[in-house]
Design a protein around this ligand. Structure first.
Ligand code: ADP
Length: 261
């Protein structure tokens, strides 16, 4: 099933993202400078001219620009993250309510956060938004309903996606799996590409997977997608794992996840 794998080793995606944002950013600047010229002209003719609509256009364009930059930062490796030590099982379990509400009653949520002994150190809110994003993708792929499974395990990435940028060691695998529509080869090949989306305008930005990929790489991790049309999709995130710090300090053997409560 080699041909069903996509593992986004290539970072030309970043180049495409930057290009896309530069283009949109330029459009926004056109709005701002155009509106400023209108204001200038109006005020030159009449000190009491109505400049409110132009100011409104500038305000909106500025907001869009702020947004574009935020997206670009979310993808770039220089994003400021706030890493903390996380118990993966607990993080996943803590998302249950939110996920249920997001997925709705048509989709069965099967959480299997039972198997992880290692902790990971990464930005917890980024990891949560990554998992939420993957859950939304899964939901979108199961319009008739289905099952979304999220499981964690102490498991290293397969050799074919571990490259020299990534230090060897133990990893935690977080898998988000659905039995929805799956992806064709063509879609799978482009899934990580910024702005690539098969969703209708207004529903998809095409930035979800590329942002998740950026975050995972920045956290020293790896990612893989396997998908089969008509069967479903599995997205696996591998983050470097380590023994819980508290138990290193205690000098004891790692306890099970439960005994940490
Ligand atoms: P968006 O969700 O905004 O389209 P993404 O980068 O998250 O952006 O996803 C890109 C594309 O990959 C989606 O438009 C969809 O075609 C495909 N995709 C992502 N996740 C899944 C999934 N779980 N099942 C089927 N297709 C998916």
């Amino acid at each position: 099933s080699e041909e069903r794998l996509a593992h986004a080793q290539k970072l030309e995606a970043i180049g495409q993202l930057t290009g896309g944002i530069a283009h949109d950013f330029n459009n926004v600047l056109q709005v701002i400078s155009g509106s400023l010229s209108v204001i200038e002209r109006k005020l030159a003719q009449n000190r009491d001219a109505d400049i409110a609509p132009s100011l409104e256009a500038i305000k909106r364009a500025s907001n869009t620009a702020t947004n574009l930059v935020a997206r670009m930062l979310a993808f770039s490796r220089r994003q400021t993250l706030a890493p903390r030590e996380i118990e993966p099982d607990r993080l996943v379990a803590g998302m249950e309510e939110m996920l249920r509400r997001t997925l709705g009653p048509e989709i069965r949520l099967d959480l299997r956060p039972l198997r992880c002994r290692s902790n990971v150190t990464c930005d917890p809110s980024q990891l949560e938004s990554a998992l939420l994003n993957l859950a939304i993708n899964a939901r979108d792929a199961m319009p008739q309903g289905g099952t979304l499974r999220i499981s964690t395990a102490d498991r290293n990435p397969p050799a074919d996606i571990a490259d020299s940028d990534v230090p060897p060691g133990d990893y935690v695998e977080i898998e988000v799996e659905d039995n929805g529509a799956g992806m064709s080869r063509e879609v799978l090949d482009r899934a990580f590409e910024p702005y690539f989306t098969t969703k209708p305008v207004g529903r998809g930005t095409g930035l979800g997977l590329s942002q998740i990929y950026g975050f995972v790489r920045q956290s020293g991790g790896l990612m893989r997608i396997e998908s089969e049309p008509g069967k479903g999709t599995s997205v696996r995130i591998y983050l470097p794992g380590h023994a819980p710090t508290a138990c290193l300090q205690a000098g004891s053997a790692p306890p099970s996840a439960e005994s940490f409560d």
